[in-house]
Design a protein around this ligand. Structure first.
Ligand code: PLP
Length: 366
């Protein structure tokens, strides 16, 4: 007897689209037999690991057969000082993706509604639908979160709202005035997750550090990551800051050893490497100017971004252009899965990497 296993799956999972990752360099090497590939597809830090991180990982190897510290005590104490919060407000995760999933599993049931914006980071619908919760996607305004429309979408079934600030894949942002006046209005039984994965790159003072508002809003959870400006994407480490009560709930759901020892040691080391962060920010600002200049040269419009990436409108279906870029050894991110078929998202790399993308796209479009 055979069995329809798809029909056996949780209804949310039956129609769930798996996450589409940026193409790995090794995969393109295998497929096309080319080398010297430039990957500008996953908003990774082009500087590579901080030297201090490499030393910290080396030091950790001698203890590699031991379980990690389940509570991440030392990292939490550094973070608590950094953010001026109690260690008991911090939840560590295997990437902030893990924290987002823990948050969903802690609060959501199948009859709950979860609100997020059109063009929001695709992990929000993914973790919510996996539980069977109802997805409420609110049309974007100028490619970003339309907070009024999100507020209007609240019903008595609404349990959670996800907001990325800045947003990925569009790079759009909300100012502190906009976000704060929204948070003031949202009923306190609705969890608001503000995902600040790119906040270290933001130099515009009008964009909030929502951590400062935690004492005003008990329903607020702010997530951060070490994958972007801190350059630890492969190690998988991120965290949330919330009230201690919510943190305690997340801690019940969290796998006991969800963050490995190397990631813990690396995060502590990179937090101490102020130069690395400053260099990340300055390389990003220079690269952003390079990419913006190339768009102007090529007469391409783009979505203004405060992150480490730029989403560029190719004016036509971008899939063939994406393919041609691959053949020239440049991996960027097509956004068809975000229903932005004409856009390519280009992560900002080192100057030479950006140049390689710029000459490839120039050749393709001319
Ligand atoms: C990259 C990214 C994350 C971080 O993912 P990690 O799991 O921490 O690597 C979270 N949110 C957004 C919006 C992102 O773009």
């Amino acid at each position: 007897m055979s069995c329809d296993y798809v029909a056996l799956a949780n209804p949310g999972v039956q129609t769930l689209q798996p996450y589409l990752a940026g193409k790995p360099v090794s995969e393109l090497e295998r497929e096309l037999g080319i080398s010297q590939i430039v990957k500008l597809a996953s908003n990774e830090n082009p500087l590579g690991l901080s030297q201090q991180v490499k030393l910290a990982i080396d030091k950790e190897i001698s203890q590699g057969s031991r379980y990690p510290d389940s509570n991440g005590h030392y990292l939490k104490s550094v973070l608590s000082e950094r953010h001026n919060v109690a260690a008991g407000q911090i939840t560590l995760g295997n990437g902030s993706n893990d924290v987002l999933e823990i948050i969903a599993r802690t609060f959501l049931l199948p009859d709950h509604e979860v609100i997020f914006s059109q063009y929001a980071f695709c992990v929000y619908p993914l973790v919510s639908q996996a539980i069977g919760a109802r997805l409420i996607e609110v049309p974007a305004k100028n490619w970003g979160n339309d907070l009024n429309a999100i507020f209007q979408a609240i019903t008595d079934k609404t349990k959670m709202i996800f907001i990325a600030n800045p947003n990925n894949p569009t790079g759009t942002w909300l100012t502190d005035k906009e976000l704060k006046s929204f948070l003031v209005k949202v009923p306190s039984h609705i969890i608001v997750v503000v995902d600040e994965a790119y906040s270290e790159y933001v130099i515009d003072g009008s964009i909030p550090n929502s951590v400062e508002w935690l004492s005003d809003f008990e329903n607020l959870i702010v997530t951060r990551t070490f994958s972007k400006a801190y350059g630890l994407a492969s190690l998988r480490i991120g965290y949330s800051i919330s009230s201690e009560i919510i943190c305690g709930l997340l801690n019940r759901v969290r796998q006991p050893f969800n963050v490995n020892s190397f990631a813990l040691a690396a995060a502590i080391a990179v937090l101490d490497d102020e130069q690395y962060l400053q260099q990340s920010i300055s390389v990003n600002q220079q690269g952003m100017q390079q990419l913006i200049e190339s768009c102007k040269q090529l007469d391409l419009s783009f979505i203004a971004s405060v992150g480490n990436f730029l989403s560029i409108d190719m004016g036509v279906n971008a899939q063939p252009i994406y393919q041609k870029l691959l053949h020239k050894g440049v991996i960027v991110r097509p956004l068809a899965n975000y229903k932005m078929p004409n856009h390519l998202r280009v992560s900002i790399g080192l100057s030479l990497e950006n140049k390689k993308y710029i000459s490839a796209i120039t050749e393709i479009l001319n």
